[in-house]
Design a protein around this ligand. Structure first.
Ligand code: ADP
Ligand code: MG
Length: 228
């Protein structure tokens, strides 16, 4: 099955939560889901995976694949991979990322890949997340918020994906701050402006409950249409 790449209009929009919710939903359909976050940047966790995103994703997919394969590049710096690698003097090797992906793809039915930041987040000088999506030949979901400003970010993201012929399954609105656009209004306008389906809108949650989150996704999205 083609990998499903979870990107977003920005960082801290809900990629990890949505990816975890989708992984949990796919597992309920008896699909063997693998997860991957090729690049993670930020404060290193004291125990377990270096990145908390990997802890959430591996727990949702119930996988015990090696950290070096599911997260080949971790930088303990809150920055883009490009900037972090420059600052730390590390060379990023895309071929290595692809090799890790192929290993995971051999042992699972589908790989959910979480991006980092948005689609133009730079990895190398002339290589951004969008190029990685292309190399992985992945279907994509764009996670967006309901914050004022999201319309601009969503249209930009959608247009760039379309220009690069990236197949987009749809948008997911993650209402993580609950102070922005009324959701029905936003669903109406984002689908009209981008010509993309809004797969679902997820409510604000005080405390992340994976099972509830995945139930909400499953109620609204025909999960089988996301795997092909
Ligand atoms: N539906 C939600 N309701 C409430 N808070 C959320 C929700 N989704 C995400 N968050 C909050 O936003 C933060 C960023 O979400 P995350 O999935 O880590 O974003 P990203 O992976 O895009 O950086 C989370 O740590 C959490 O605190
Ligand atoms: Mg994340």
């Amino acid at each position: 099955m083609k990998p499903l790449f979870i990107t977003a209009t920005d960082t801290d929009i809900g990629k990890t939560y949505v990816c975890a919710g989708l992984a949990h939903s796919l597992k309920k359909l008896d699909i063997d889901v693998g997860i991957m976050k090729p690049f993670a940047c930020g404060i290193k966790q004291k125990t377990g995976f270096s990145s908390n995103d990997l802890t959430i994703l591996a727990n949702a997919a119930m996988v015990d694949d090696d950290e070096t394969i599911i997260n080949p590049f971790f930088f303990p710096v809150p920055a883009s991979p490009y900037t972090a690698a420059k600052n730390l003097g590390v060379k990023i090797d895309i071929a290595h990322v692809m090799e890790c992906f192929r290993k995971l793809d051999k042992i699972h039915d589908i790989i959910l890949v979480e991006g980092i930041g948005g689609i133009m987040t730079p990895i190398l000088k002339d290589y951004a997340i969008i190029d990685l999506i292309k190399d992985l030949d992945a279907n994509t979901i764009i996670v967006t918020s309901s914050k004022i400003g999201t319309v601009n970010h969503t249209v930009l993201t959608s247009n760039i994906c379309k220009n690069m012929n990236i197949p987009i399954k749809g948008l997911i609105i993650n209402n993580f701050d609950s102070t922005g656009y009324p959701i029905p209004e936003l669903e109406r306008d984002l689908s009209a402006l981008t010509d993309l389906p809004v797969l679902c809108s997820l409510p604000h949650m005080k405390k992340f409950d994976l099972s509830k989150y995945s139930d909400l996704i499953q109620e609204k999205v025909d999960i089988s249409t996301l795997v092909s």
